[in-house]
Design a protein around this ligand. Structure first.
Ligand SMILES: C[S@@+](CC[C@H](N)C(=O)[O-])C[C@H]1O[C@@H](n2cnc3c(N)ncnc32)[C@H](O)[C@@H]1O
Length: 524
């Protein structure tokens, strides 16, 4: 499967578009090609041309045209960068000094923005962020998806997100025995970085063990910020004996703090779930934190996920309800959804309304109750359930057992009886997959970032459903999968049989590199 190389492919294609080469460069007399690769530690004068995969700036060395990648370089910015590593067949640099800022630069409202791994483009105007995302989709479709320039006309302008802050309904913060201080911050006396041990916050970009302490996050809801601030105020108090988990020594108690915000479906008021992920079950240690957060009127659920593994995941082997309910609710497209701690639910609720309306429009359900929908990677069943009222039956497949339980419950809560949800790994399907449901008229496929496994692509090419709505959160794997479905691949021994009818990029996550796309494919 091509999965492993997709990031390289995406990067290579950005480079090709810029006319740069990672290995050779015409920097000498005509006809004389000289192998060129900047040395590790070398400083270069660079211009950022565009944003690529994962939001890294694609930059050209001003004198030579050689192309490198730089985190946090913005389109139009001229800067000095230092080569940090050769990665496969390209180089990465870190920014040392900006020589001239990009034309679309704005003041980032968040104090953590220059260092935090969450928002990387807060200091780029929103309009410029949208253009960069749209360019990226077009580029990947052209080079990875092998669609012609003519077909690129099928890409609609990206749909902006009207709420650019406080849009996330879920955030996960990590505890650590030490705070990570960015080098720059040590040189100034910014009061954010007073030298205090123990961190609760977000990962430093690219590090699993370095945590930037965060008291407030401009992406999460206001009530969730109130809860975070309250916890930050007290969790270090020695009288409570709480210790942060150390991911290297595997000692310590508090691993993660997950905050989810939903809505009471009758009052419309926010509902917050506070989930403490710990390395062992010691409810007495959490008691004072529960007492601290439960008086907030928005807090309706306090949970403890116990995860004894050495991994960094927040999903517990066991879950305990310490206060209130074990789940929260949210409404989407007129339906009510129950969300538990570890189930997937679209993280930007407002924009999910826009996304789901688009999916409904692409699905083009006739509305006579005759059609069958296959909802692949169904999560808690949200997409399938929004279509269920106008079709004969929905079959949903998903790997997470709790999500399947939630999907079944969600069907029940909404009085939907024509939906069947099955737990299973879509990367491991065999020849029996497809025997338990009738041939679908519409397939919805909404995989996570790695996209669809070749087994599933082959299944879909054999199934030949009249239409596929492919919802993707990674334009690189999306372009790859569309290529397989539309053009086939001799190496994979598959023949494409779909035609791309439309592709709509949607900005679900302003200030981050993420891009969502809704693609409509019809059987040729
Ligand atoms: C992007 S989410 C989409 C969820 C849902 N369609 C929605 O809109 O809420 C992707 C879902 O795929 C599930 N998933 C990931 N890998 C899977 C696999 N190999 N087999 C089945 N489901 C998988 C995840 O648990 C997650 O719920």
């Amino acid at each position: 499967m091509v999965m492993v190389s997709i990031s390289n492919v995406a990067v290579q294609n950005h480079m090709r578009r810029l006319g740069g080469s990672v290995w050779t460069l015409s920097c000498c007399s005509v006809g004389e090609q000289q192998s060129y690769f900047p040395k590790r530690g070398q400083t270069l004068e660079l211009v950022c041309e565009s944003l690529a995969f994962k939001g890294k700036g694609v930059c050209k060395v001003t004198e030579t045209g050689f192309v490198v990648l730089c985190d946090r370089a913005l389109p139009g910015e001229r800067f000095i960068g230092r080569v940090t590593r050769k990665k496969g067949n390209y180089a990465e640099v870190t920014k040392v000094k900006t020589l001239s800022p990009p034309p679309d630069i704005v003041d980032a409202p968040c104090v953590y923005a220059p260092y935090c791994g969450g928002c990387k483009t807060q200091n780029l105007s929103y309009q410029a962020q949208l253009i960069a995302k749209e360019d990226q989709v077009r580029d990947l479709l052209l080079h990875v998806g092998r669609f012609s320039l003519q077909l690129l006309a099928l890409i609609n302008p990206i749909l902006p997100c009207h709420t650019q802050f406080h849009y996330r309904n879920k955030m996960e913060f990590s505890f650590a025995p030490q705070r990570w201080f960015p080098l720059e911050s040590l040189q100034d006396s910014h009061n954010l970085y007073h030298n205090q041990n123990y961190a609760l916050g977000l990962h430093a970009p690219g590090f699993f063990d370095k945590i930037l302490n965060v008291d407030n996050c401009l992406l999460q809801s206001h009530p969730a910020n109130k809860v975070l601030a309250a916890i930050q105020e007290c969790w270090r108090d020695p009288q409570f004996g709480l210790s942060p988990y150390n991911v290297r020594s595997h000692k310590g108690f508090l691993k993660h703090l997950m905050l989810r915000t939903g809505r009471d479906v009758t009052t419309g008021l926010p509902e917050v779930m506070v989930n403490f992920v710990t390395s062992s079950y010691k409810p007495e240690l959490l008691k004072f934190l529960v007492d601290r957060v439960s008086p907030f009127p928005e807090v309706v659920s306090v949970l403890n996920n116990v995860n004894t593994s050495v991994g960094n995941t927040s999903v517990g082997e066991e879950e305990y309800t310490l206060y209130g309910k074990s789940s929260i609710t949210e409404t989407l497209r007129g339906l009510t959804f129950q969300i538990s701690a570890n189930s997937f639910f679209q993280t930007n609720t407002c924009q999910a309304e826009v996304l789901y309306k688009l999916i409904e429009d692409c699905a083009g359900v006739r509305g006579d109750g005759s059609e069958v929908v296959l909802d692949l990677f169904c999560g808690t069943g949200t997409i399938g359930l929004t279509l269920a009222k106008s079709v004969r039956h929905v079959y949903g497949y998903e790997v997470v057992p709790q999500a399947i339980r939630d999907a079944r419950l969600n069907a029940k809560i909404n009085g939907i009886q024509n939906a069947t949800f099955v737990q299973g790994d879509l990367n491991k399907i065999d020849e029996n997959f497809g025997k338990n449901f009738p041939k679908p008229d519409i397939v919805i496929s909404d995989p996570n970032r790695p996209g669809m496994h070749m087994k599933l692509i082959k299944f879909l090419l054999n199934l030949k459903a009249p239409r596929i709505v492919y919802v993707s959160c990674n334009p690189a794997t999306c372009a790859r999968d569309l290529d397989f479905l539309c053009h086939g691949s001799p190496e994979q021994n598959i023949k494409g049989c779909y035609k791309l009818i439309s592709l709509q990029p949607v900005d679900m996550f302003p200030h981050t590199p993420h891009i969502e796309c809704v693609c409509l494919l019809e059987l040729q």
